[in-house]
Design a protein around this ligand. Structure first.
Ligand code: SF4
Ligand code: SF4
Length: 255
């Protein structure tokens, strides 16, 4: 039986999610036996353009070229899977949405005339149908291996959508919000990182984006009880997943 052909594509992103894929080196050796890695410029010299059974997409759409490219990849792929906060919600670069992009370009680039960009950074699902979204900034190795293993055998990946608080309690961490009054997005954030930050006595930054049905209003009220002002609350919801609708709406209420 022919092995499924995999393509890995980069859009506007920092490469962190592709590096997570490369970081699975031991597991990738096994995966490489089950999958034909046809296109993955960061890892192989293979430049095999054609149809892909699985396309992994890292990054958001921020240029006219990327808006065209994602249509082409979608048309040539059976399953299209997005990796990370950039691809699933627009990423940190979505902070430019609603701002004056032309002013940013003038301030940053010596030759703004060479820059061809859109006014927004948007998730892949705003442009094409997405078959599965893997959260995180970056994605977790555990979720990625589960995704690849499930995709190869044709089952649904098991990536729980409950809150990071569940992982935090399972890990036995002391709650930083209750014990120190430190702002923490754990109650509204999708699990996946293993509650990394609370394990180091820091609040959760929401890297994995909104969990299923997040009660952001209740968390914002709790943050205010702990002394956070409107500006702090808005900024807390405006980081790696600033364009995720649930986080964006809560931020806007406090701006
Ligand atoms: S989701 Fe985070 S780690 Fe992944 S490419 Fe975007 S910025 Fe980098
Ligand atoms: S530290 Fe954060 S993630 Fe952990 S239980 Fe408290 S609120 Fe939830």
């Amino acid at each position: 039986m022919a092995k499924p052909r995999l393509g890995v594509f980069k859009f506007s992103s920092c490469d962190g999610c592709q590096l997570s894929l490369l970081d699975c080196e031991d597991e990738l050796l096994a995966v490489a036996g089950a999958i034909d890695i046809a296109y993955f410029p960061e890892a192989t010299r293979s430049d095999d353009v054609g149809h892909y059974d699985i396309a992994f997409i890292e990054g958001s759409v921020t240029t006219p070229h990327e808006a065209e490219m994602i249509q082409d990849i979608r048309a040539r792929s059976t399953a299209l899977i997005t990796l990370g906060a950039c691809a699933t919600s627009g990423g940190i670069q979505a902070l430019k949405n609603g701002a004056d992009t032309a002013a940013f370009i003038d301030a940053v680039y010596a030759h703004p005339e060479y820059i061809d960009t859109l006014d927004t950074a948007t998730p892949i699902s705003d442009h094409v149908t997405v078959d599965f979204e893997l959260r995180g900034c970056p994605i977790s190795k555990r979720d990625l291996i589960e995704l690849v293993a499930a995709t190869v055998v044709g089952r649904t990946p098991q990536t729980p959508s409950h809150a990071a608080c569940i992982e935090c309690k399972l890990a036995g961490h002391v709650c930083v919000m209750v014990s120190q009054g430190t702002p923490c997005l754990g109650p509204v954030t999708h699990a996946g990182c293993g509650a990394l930050c609370p394990g180091y006595a820091r609040g959760c930054y929401g890297c994995f984006g909104p969990k299923e049905t997040p009660n952001t209003a209740a968390l914002a009220a709790q943050l205010a009880n702990h002394g956070a002002d409107n500006r702090q609350i808005a900024r807390l919801f405006s980081t790696f997943n600033t364009n995720a609708p649930e986080f964006r709406k809560e931020a806007e209420k406090h701006e």
